[in-house]
Write a protein that binds this ligand. Sequence first.
Ligand SMILES: *Cc1c(COP(=O)(O)O)cnc(C)c1O
Length: 375
Amino acid sequence: MTQSIPLVDLKAQYQAIQADIDEAIQRVITNTSFIMGSEVSDFEAAFAEFCGAKHCVGIASGTAALQLVLLALKIGEGDEVITASHTFIAAAEAISNVGAKPVFVEIDPHTYTLDPQAFEAAITPATKAVIPVHIYGQPAAMSEINRIAKAHHIWVVEDAAQAHGATWHDSVVGSRTAGNLADVACFSFYPGKNLGAYGDAGAVTTNNDEIAAQVASLRNHGRTSKYLHDQVGFGERIDALQAAILGAKMPYLADWTATRQRLAARYTELLADCDVVTPVVDPAAQSAWHLYVIRTPHRDEMLADLKSKGIGAGIHYPVPLHLQPAYNDLGYTRGELPITETVADTCLSLPIYPEMSETQQDAVVEAVKAFCEKR
Ligand SMILES: *Cc1c(COP(=O)(O)O)cnc(C)c1O
């Protein structure tokens, strides 16, 4: 096998929708509408509608979105925020950077999302918020998390950076889309995300008027008008160019998600008789399949083997946050979050992207099976 199958193929996506993207970019340049304006507000309206949320506020990145939301919720020094350790560092950074303390808790051993019981057990009088991460595209157990949070008067902030278009079914309120599953949600449009910009970009979605207004103010220097600032804010607006590119992609997003779901189901079917753990989706969830993650005790060897065959597998994430050098001062030790640590040691992300052909997928499956049989 000499073909090369990347983890994600951004060039193939551009080629498929080149006319739309080129038109959007040219429009921004021709209008010299680089900051805010209708490119930003049009995209915000489209993305709010996609999520079923009342408000969408475009932000310069997903990380900045998380930080501005915590500031809008008045979280800071002396406060604790509970989140998962098995994830990208952004949510924890946001917690630390507003002066609060991240409290890392276990994940469910099957879905890899925040364990509601572990969350409840970690609540103290200092807990102000919980940030469940919709890891790999699968919503966390939101019914349970929202119920616990409400009982303890804790804000729930979705880290939906990997979950554009994912859904969660609640027996009371029915099916809703990520971005509309809690008090407020943060999205990333980092290029490789399910909806990706051509640079950094992010957004906050919420049904809460006050949070939306506060985040909108904070991203734009606390402005009330061009020369008036009623609070100290930040320069964390989404670029109009990125908003235009994202807007051009919006009409395709639902189809891309459906294709990811079809490819994921096909992987699970084809790998059924192979000695690897395939992903488990909660019956209440529909994953957006940002990543298709299998587990094997021979992870590092399988990764090397796939790489040698030109297959761009990856690891998300090899070092859990509670064991990161940056969080040494929190005093966590290895063995403290055993499920998280096992998943980190055994997880392997296989290539998945909407432009992936079944032939490419068959090649990945064949390589995984060949490795398993050889062992
Ligand atoms: C990508 C990502 C972020 C951060 O988004 P940026 O736009 O890169 O700042 C936050 N959380 C998770 C889970 C992510 O995957």
